[in-house]
Design a protein around this ligand. Structure first.
Ligand SMILES: Nc1ncnc2c1ncn2[C@@H]1O[C@H](COP(=O)(O)OP(=O)(O)OP(=O)(O)O)[C@@H](O)[C@H]1O
Ligand SMILES: *[C@@H]1O[C@H](CO)[C@@H](O)[C@H](O)[C@H]1NC(C)=O
Ligand SMILES: *[C@@H]1O[C@H](CO)[C@@H](O)[C@H](O)[C@H]1NC(C)=O
Ligand SMILES: *[C@@H]1O[C@H](CO)[C@@H](O)[C@H](O)[C@H]1NC(C)=O
Ligand SMILES: *[C@@H]1O[C@H](CO)[C@@H](O)[C@H](O)[C@H]1NC(C)=O
Ligand SMILES: *[C@@H]1O[C@H](CO)[C@@H](O)[C@H](O)[C@H]1NC(C)=O
Ligand SMILES: *[C@@H]1O[C@H](CO)[C@@H](O)[C@H](O)[C@H]1NC(C)=O
Ligand SMILES: *[C@@H]1O[C@H](CO)[C@@H](O)[C@H](O)[C@H]1NC(C)=O
Ligand SMILES: *[C@@H]1O[C@H](CO)[C@@H](O)[C@H](O)[C@H]1NC(C)=O
Length: 678
């Protein structure tokens, strides 16, 4: 064959062999076959050779001094007649050599063409299962082989322990070379390739019958076949091979062992070896330490299950987190950006609104203590639920505006956050909580002494004056009472909760207005006309003074255990000329008599049924500071008015007491309705 006709065949043959499957290859007259994996193949195996479940030929295992052969089942006709010359042939195979113990190796393997498939007389070790010590070099052998030798045997003239050799009748290679390949590019430089542990390696062995040219080429699987062969030798195989010869692989181990594996193989007589589809090849077996592989078999499924579970969990967490931190944002809020808190921040600040952080439950909602992660400042977060849509915009505007309030006796409102049906208000945290707990002493707290009480009264008066007169706008608190007076760490009184009532009080028509406040603190005109003013705040403040002084609630019990309004009870005492009997008995007489008189009278004055009779907060503060003396007042003054009020306006006071025996926040519109209905 000339090189041109060889090229012609090269381009035609691959088409012929498409779909050529190993089973059909046996007994094929054209002497052509291809195996990509050896499952169900009809190779003749002997010795340690076996075909693994994945279809890999494993010629040897870790047993010492064993041989293994895998031989094509029938001999091929290399000569067309007994005297004819050996035809051109070409073969290609993919192999891998694995060592179980690091660099330990033994001994290598060979592709051979020989007269027999019976190797019982052959030796293992350096003889590679091909020949024995007596027939080495003898022309009787009629063997041609390509050795892939991993041990240096000086008696056979080996060049090193990682070489490829062309052998004829002997293991003394006629030509050998370190395993490797000449690069197609890079000026054809040579690259070493370790036969052991380099993964699958492809080998091409070609013989040209006309030129008697033998060439051997190696390359890592997947690489294009190098143009320059690793080994070339001109040798007339017609002088060696029998007319009918077997082809196959032979391998052996010695004291040291190795796994010699063949993954795929193709052969072509008088034609190039068919291409081996590398994608169909089985994987080289894994030869890890035994327990490790077992471990992997157990760990891998568990690990993947854990991974799937983790991904699922993360997805669920992300979705839940999204829902958990969901807020309501609307365009009009953009300008309030700095006052708006992220729900997530508040959530973390309050440890997820945990019950441990709950500091109180009021009429509007729950209050939680929190520490903002950014500023480390302590805050009280109040969660207020609301249903109204229209009111919220106005209210948020108000909240933000109230956020600008700055006074030492007013609790700072930092900002807000909005969720569906819920508003969160963020206040400055007050260490000592609300005043009511100290006044009524239910929680075994220390009782406030008179000095502290008087100071708190003045502080709240000062805070209220600020809201009424000293800020840009008039702010009506609407719910002045001890619950809404908070104490900082130095027991200074601070007015809190301002403006909240507004959320529930957004009507403009007095007929439909729902007044919110707390029974006992509501000025009569507020109940009747539904309009909160600074003077309704003064009324509530008057009740507040009385509560602080008397240590009693706005609705209290008289000596006969009948429920009465605190204000009525104080007036009764005054009528009996024993006003100071009203002062909290828990003080055990330890108080300033003048200040107590002032407080009681001022409380009554502030809570005068007629708004016009009440002082303004500025005056209240002047009276408290002693700058201006309190006008002369007589109990009759109040009794008269009370009677007049009861005549003119209905039986205010006691009727509420009987209807609503406990002070709760409620819709006063309905109260006035029931009063009118009686
Ligand atoms: N800024 C704050 N710092 C510390 N504790 C607070 C703060 N605000 C409220 N609290 C606590 O939370 C409790 C509940 O407060 P909230 O204002 O919601 O209810 P209230 O004042 O008792 O009733 P209402 O809602 O009718 O005004 C208070 O009694 C107080 O102990
Ligand atoms: C070999 O030589 C014969 C006769 O010279 C020729 O017919 C044949 O094509 C050649 N084969 C190759 C592969 O060159
Ligand atoms: C190796 O092969 C020999 C011969 O087939 C067999 O007896 C031995 O059990 C095998 N060893 C292993 C570890 O598979
Ligand atoms: C395997 O090859 C042998 C020898 O050529 C033959 O006798 C046998 O029938 C073949 N078996 C199959 C299943 O092809
Ligand atoms: C070597 O092999 C030949 C057959 O190929 C056999 O006759 C001879 O006895 C063998 N020698 C030894 C030492 O086994
Ligand atoms: C094997 O045979 C060759 C000749 O083919 C000879 O040169 C070599 O020394 C022999 N080696 C041994 C170990 O017999
Ligand atoms: C290839 O060889 C030529 C001449 O020997 C040299 O000039 C060139 O730099 C080489 N290129 C590479 C990539 O080695
Ligand atoms: C290739 O292997 C041979 C023999 O082991 C060694 O002498 C040579 O240095 C190696 N070359 C490279 C580039 O690794
Ligand atoms: C090869 O050897 C055979 C038989 O010995 C002979 O007929 C043939 O001409 C030889 N071929 C070459 C190219 O020398």
């Amino acid at each position: 064959m000339t090189t041109t006709s060889m090229k012609l065949i090269l381009s035609v043959v691959p088409i012929l062999v498409v779909g050529f499957i190993p089973e059909l290859s046996t007994g094929n007259d054209h002497g052509q076959f291809v195996y990509a994996g050896f499952t169900n193949s009809n190779l003749t195996l002997d010795g340690a050779a076996r075909i693994t479940s994945t279809g890999v030929i494993e010629l040897t295992n870790d047993t010492a001094r064993i041989k293994g052969h895998a031989v094509y089942p029938s001999p091929l006709r290399f000569r067309l007649s007994p005297d004819g010359m050996v035809q051109s042939f070409s073969t290609s195979f993919v192999f891998g050599i694995l060592s179980s113990f690091g660099d330990i190796r033994g001994h290598g393997f060979a592709f051979f063409i020989g007269p027999s498939n019976d190797f019982t007389e052959a030796f293992p070790l350096q003889f590679l299962g091909l020949i024995n010590s007596t027939n080495n070099g003898s022309s009787i052998n009629q063997i041609f082989a390509i050795e892939l030798d991993t041990i240096l045997n000086t008696e056979f003239g080996d060049i090193n322990n990682n070489h490829v050799g062309i052998d004829i009748n002997s293991l003394n290679s006629l030509r050998s070379h370190t395993a490797g390949f000449y690069n197609n590019g890079k000026n054809g430089t040579f690259t070493n390739l370790s036969l052991i542990g380099s993964g699958p390696i492809q080998t091409w062995v070609e013989y040209d019958g006309n030129t008697t040219q033998i060439s051997v080429t190696l390359a890592p699987l997947g690489m294009e076949k190098p143009v320059r062969p690793l080994l070339s030798l001109t040798f007339n195989l017609s002088t060696v091979l029998k007319e009918q010869s077997y082809i196959g692989f032979s391998s052996s181990t010695g004291l040291s062992t190795g796994h010699h594996c063949v993954l795929g193989w193709s052969f072509g007589m008088n034609s190039p070896a068919p291409t081996i589809d590398s994608t169909k090849l089985p994987k080289l077996p894994y030869l890890g330490p035994r327990p490790a592989s077992k471990l992997l078999e157990i760990i891998l499924p568990i690990a993947s299950a854990v991974l799937v579970l983790a991904i699922g969990t993360i997805a669920v967490i992300l979705v839940r987190r999204h829902l958990r931190y969901k807020e309501v944002h609307e365009d009009w809020e953009v300008e309030y950006g700095p006052h708006r808190f992220a729900y997530k921040d508040l959530y973390f600040a309050t440890k997820g609104f945990s019950s441990k952080n709950l500091i109180g439950v009021g009429g509007f909602g729950r209050v939680y203590k929190g520490v903002l992660s950014t500023s480390k400042s302590e805050v009280a977060v109040k969660r207020v639920s609301y249903n109204s849509k229209q009111g919220i915009k106005q209210f948020v505007a108000e909240v933000v505006s109230l956020g600008h309030l700055q006074h030492k006796n007013v609790v700072k409102l930092f900002g807000y956050c909005r969720r569906k049906g819920e508003l969160l208000l963020v206040y400055e945290y007050m260490e000592n909580g609300s005043l009511d707990k100290y006044l009524y002493g239910e929680e075994r707290r220390s009782i406030l002494d008179w000095g502290q009480r008087f100071k708190i009264i003045k502080a709240i008066a000062s805070g209220l004056l600020y809201l009424h007169e000293e800020w840009d706008k008039v702010v009506i608190h609407r719910d002045v009472k001890p619950n809404n007076v908070l104490l900082d760490k130095d027991m200074n009184g601070r007015l809190g909760d301002f403006g909240l009532a507004k959320l529930y009080d957004h009507g403009t028509d007095p007929q439909t207005t729902h007044i919110v406040g707390t029974i006992g603190y509501l000025a009569p005109e507020l109940v009747h006309r539904g309009k909160a003013t600074t003077l309704t705040d003064v009324f509530a403040f008057g009740i507040f003074i009385l509560e602080v002084t008397c240590g009693r609630k706005a609705l209290t019990e008289d000596t006969h255990n009948r429920q009465v309004m605190l204000i009525d009870w104080v007036i009764q005492n005054w009528n009996k000329d024993s006003l100071l009997d009203s002062v909290d008995t828990k003080l055990q007489g330890n108080y300033d008599i003048d200040e107590a008189f002032l407080a009681l009278k001022l409380g009554l004055l502030c809570s005068h049924p007629f708004p016009d009779a009440r002082p303004k907060m500025r005056q209240v503060l002047q009276y408290l500071e002693g700058d201006v003396p309190l006008p002369e007042l007589l109990p009759a003054h109040f009794s008269f008015h009370m009677l007049a009020l009861m005549k003119n306006e209905g039986r205010f006071g006691s009727s509420i007491v009987s209807l609503y025996p406990s002070p709760t926040m409620m819709d006063v519109g309905s109260i006035s309705f029931s009063l009118d209905g009686r």
